[in-house]
Each structure stands twice: as structure tokens, then as C-alpha cells.
Design a protein around this ligand. Structure first.
Ligand SMILES: [Fe+2]
Ligand SMILES: [Fe+2]
Length: 282
């Protein structure tokens, strides 16, 4: 590979952070996602992971900054870092407001993730950290793509939170190949990223479930009904995870690249409608 072909993000995709701020505090005290405690807990559970997880993504990519000779990929990395830094800021604000209004302990929720990252820092080489980021970025890319393609997933949700999730989905799509391109440029192999994808999928599901259980433990009414109804939200017709099996499996192809899933048109469309509704941060 020559130095000029390290970046495989399409030339018309700009990886620029939008410095936005979202007024989500009041809504987070409620079942903001369509009045449904289960689906609200699902999105809140994901949010809890982002400030810690995205810092780890940034660190794992920045570790290889000096090895990137392609100026286009170097600019992609700067855009990726800037976008993820603002995601962290907004989700930290989100998580603090959520935990203080509903009485969750942010430390208890984040603790196991922090300890796992600390353990991995001590025992795993940098290429494994980067490969794990590549796998997580594929997960965020396919979840984001579903959210952008199916506006009904956020229709009826609190408008400020709907805007936050759409904004995050747009930027996850724009930078979805950055960690991947760095991984490939520094010699990361398809086999390692495949193995890491299997491990990361279990870890991601486990963390999501753990957070949701903590958030729903004081739910009044039948827990069985709540979780059965929740399965419909996740896997039923139009469900949040419905249709993700195929794009998830594509990651296991030897020649896979994130932009094989070309969603530029839908990203541009949602980005345009979002810019009409959301104010910039001060
Ligand atoms: Fe992000
Ligand atoms: Fe990301």
C-alpha cells in the first residue's frame, strides 16, 4: 500500500465536528423514548458507555498517529478525534443529568468498563486496542445507519434527545472507516479483527444488558411483561436491532471495508434537516 492510499473514506465525505449542545436534562427524568421504559433504558444504557468507551477509541487510534504518512488519513484522524471528543462531552452531560435525576450511580455503571480497560491496557498490545475500536466502530456504524434510514425509530421521542441521537449517528457514519483505515495501514490483519468482533459483540451486549437491568430494577409492574415487550422493540418488525445481522456479518469478509455500506445519501439528508433544528454550542 502506498502512502497516498491509506484513507478510503470517500472524498466527498467531510469528517468535521459539529459543535452542538443539546438541552436534554428535563426529558431525561422521564421515559423520553415514546413513553416506553424499556426502549428509553436501551438508549440510556448505550449512552452510559460512550464517555469512557470513546476516550478509549481516541487513545487507541492516536497511539499510531506517527505511523500515518498519508496526509488525508492524518486529517481523517483529526476529524475523528474532534467528533468523538464532542460526543464524549455531550454524553457526559447526558449521563450526569440522567443519573442525578433518576438516582443511578454513574460510578457503579461505568466502573466495570473502566476496570476492564485498565486491565487491557496492562495486558494487551496496542494493535488489539485498535482492533477492538475497529469492531466497536462497526457496531456504532450499523446502529447509526439503521437510525438514520428509519426516522420512525425516533418519531414521537423527545425532540432534543432525538436530535442528539441523530447527530451522533450522522458523525458515526462519517468517520466509520477512520479506525479501520489506520488498523489496515499499520498491519492489522482480518483474522484479528474478526476474533475481536466476536469478543466485542458479547461485551457490548453484556454491558447494555447490565445497564438496562440496573435502570429497570425498580420498575413498577410485571418485569416479565416489560422484558417480553422489550424483545419486540429490539427484534420485532421495525425493531432497533432488526436487519443488523447481514451488515454485522459483512465485517467477517476478508476484503470488507466500512464504505462497502455506502450510506452517503441518507447521512446528507438527515444532516441537512438537523442543521435547521439545532443550535450550535456556545
Ligand atoms: Fe461517537
Ligand atoms: Fe465513533
Amino acid at each position: 500500500m502506498t502512502s497516498s492510499t491509506m484513507s478510503h473514506t470517500p472524498a466527498d465525505v467531510s469528517i468535521q465536528p459539529r459543535n452542538l449542545s443539546f438541552d436534554v436534562e428535563a426529558a431525561l427524568a422521564t421515559d423520553w423514548h415514546k413513553g416506553d421504559p424499556f426502549s428509553t433504558a436501551f438508549y440510556n444504557a448505550l449512552s452510559i458507555m460512550f464517555p469512557v468507551g470513546e476516550q478509549q477509541f481516541i487513545d487507541s487510534v492516536k497511539h499510531y498517529r506517527d505511523r500515518i504518512t498519508d496526509p488525508v488519513l492524518a486529517a481523517d484522524v483529526r476529524g475523528f478525534t474532534a467528533q468523538e471528543s464532542i460526543h464524549r462531552r455531550e454524553h457526559q452531560k447526558y449521563n450526569e443529568a440522567l443519573c442525578s435525576s433518576l438516582g443511578y450511580s454513574l460510578d457503579a455503571l461505568e466502573g466495570p468498563i473502566r476496570r476492564r480497560i485498565d486491565w487491557a491496557q496492562k495486558h494487551m498490545p496496542p494493535i488489539v486496542h485498535l482492533g477492538a475500536t475497529v469492531a466497536y466502530e462497526h457496531w456504532t456504524a450499523i446502529l447509526a445507519d439503521a437510525l438514520l434510514r428509519r426516522p420512525e425509530m425516533m418519531d414521537g421521542a423527545d425532540p432534543h434527545l432525538a436530535a442528539l441521537w441523530r447527530w451522533h449517528a450522522i458523525e458515526e457514519s462519517e468517520h466509520k472507516a477512520v479506525a479501520f483505515d489506520v488498523y489496515r495501514a499499520v498491519g492489522g490483519t482480518p483474522n484479528m479483527r474478526r476474533r475481536l468482533m466476536l469478543a466485542i459483540t458479547l461485551e457490548f451486549a453484556w454491558d447494555t444488558l447490565r445497564h438496562m437491568r440496573a435502570m429497570l430494577k425498580d420498575h413498577k409492574g410485571s418485569k416479565v411483561k416489560l422484558w417480553l415487550g422489550g424483545m419486540k422493540f429490539l427484534f420485532g418488525k421495525g425493531g432497533a436491532l432488526r436487519g443488523l445481522g447481514r451488515p454485522w456479518l459483512d465485517f467477517f469478509r476478508r476484503d470488507f471495508h466500512p464504505w462497502d455500506h455506502d450510506n452517503r445519501a441518507v447521512v446528507a439528508k438527515v444532516a441537512q434537516s438537523l442543521s435547521l433544528k439545532v443550535a450550535a454550542a456556545e
